[in-house]
Design a protein around this ligand. Structure first.
Ligand SMILES: [Zn+2]
Length: 297
């Protein structure tokens, strides 16, 4: 059995011989270790339009998923071209949490330092539908709806309005059974809505929260201590924590640190499947963001 240090050295050995990706010129190499000590590797792969890049962690996950036995994951190792520690980004955290337990270990390493965290720490409040198969999604959502929890006073009317608008705007045909909308409540009581666009290729779908980024930024620009409330909801009235792209947005845009922006969502305690209504500030959904801005490359 190899030690963490030995596996990190293997990751560097591979990474250092591989070509640099076309758009970022920045290599990331990931190794997934299963509980039976198999090592599965992945390298980032990019096209010139960098938004469709596949990260090393997700490349490795795809290889793991196609393996016949799909042995549970134990540890994820990530090394990069940077001399600083780089944690997995939002999309990879989201997918790693779907593939493993919240206790899955994530080790980020440079040639000198190693940092160990769990995916549960890096991606708190994962999807309320985590690991529910597509065929079971609707009945699971309806179960949550039946056990509807009372919304705290100041959220209750906001919730009712967003839910009604969502039902009024529900497309007749859905490409995915869960359809999302987002409502943003401004200090003057005005609610602005946006709706998910479900693209044929799922990765091209438009996140409803990101769909409001222009108006949110337009309002918050140059201001401080403004209070906004956000609900991201599906057609069953189930409220969702932000998805990966919205988390990256909240974590990297500094306007959210100067203002009070909160989200209320149904949170599933995976250990006993209980549902709790949880309220959180938007900048807390992506702890320890990748330190790419100060990294020495
Ligand atoms: Zn990534």
């Amino acid at each position: 059995m190899k030690t963490d240090q030995e596996i990190v050295e293997i990751a560097f050995k591979y990474k250092d011989t591989l070509p640099k990706p076309i758009a970022s010129d920045f290599r990331v190499f990931a190794i997934l270790k299963t509980v039976s000590n198999d090592l599965i590797m992945g390298l980032n792969f990019e096209a010139t339009p960098i938004g469709s890049a596949i990260c090393a962690e997700r490349a490795a996950l795809s290889t793991w998923y196609r393996s016949a036995d799909r042995v549970p994951l134990d540890t994820v190792y990530v090394v990069t071209d940077s001399q600083d520690l780089i944690t997995p980004g939002s999309l990879c955290r989201e997918m790693l949490l779907e593939a493993g337990l919240p206790s899955l270990t994530v080790i980020c390493a440079t040639k000198n330092i190693m940092k160990k965290q769990t995916i549960g720490e890096l991606y708190p409040y994962g999807s309320v539908y985590r690991n529910i198969e597509r065929s079971q999604l609707v009945s699971f959502a309806q179960q949550i709806q039946k056990k509807a929890l009372p919304f705290p006073g100041e959220w209750n009317l906001f919730y009712q309005i967003v839910y009604q608008k969502l039902k009024d705007n529900l497309p007749k045909m859905l490409l995915h059974p869960i359809y999302l909308a987002a409502g943003v409540l401004y200090p003057d009581g005005h609610i602005r809505m946006s709706y998910q666009f479900q693209a044929l290729e799922y990765g091209c779908s438009v996140d409803p929260i990101i769909g409001q980024s222009g108006s949110i930024e337009g309002f918050l620009a140059g201001r401080k201590n403004q209070h906004l409330k956000i609900l991201q909801m599906d057609q069953f009235g189930v409220c969702h924590s932000p998805y990966a792209k919205a988390r990256a947005y909240f974590s990297e845009k500094t306007i959210f640190q100067d203002n009070v922006v909160e989200i209320l969502f149904h949170h599933r305690n995976y250990s006993n499947n209980s549902i709790e209504l949880t309220q959180e500030y938007v900048q807390n959904f992506l702890p320890a963001p990748p330190n790419i801005f100060n990294a020495s490359l």
